[in-house]
Design a protein around this ligand. Structure first.
Ligand SMILES: [Zn+2]
Length: 77
């Protein structure tokens, strides 16, 4: 899966924070940018905020449920 083993150029690619997918209406584990896996919508969350609820935006039946994935963060650990 992880093709970015070199350090320095893409140091965030191998961090587990960017691999996990989060359900709506949960506490966001990190501040940063989250992308909806169903439709690609991107949101920015500040530290301590919750992920938007399932009714944040509309999906077609083929897009499925809203699921959020962290795509960028200032300080993931
Ligand atoms: Zn969506």
């Amino acid at each position: 899966m992880d093709l970015y083993q070199e350090t320095g150029y893409h140091p965030t690619r191998s961090r587990p924070a960017f691999d996990s997918v989060h359900d709506p209406d949960q506490d966001a584990p990190y501040p940063g940018l989250y992308r909806c896996l169903g439709c690609g919508e991107v949101i920015a969350l500040a530290r301590g905020r919750k992920l938007p609820p399932q009714n944040h935006h509309r999906h077609s039946s083929t897009q499925g449920a809203i699921r959020w994935q962290l795509i960028a963060s200032h300080a993931p650990r």
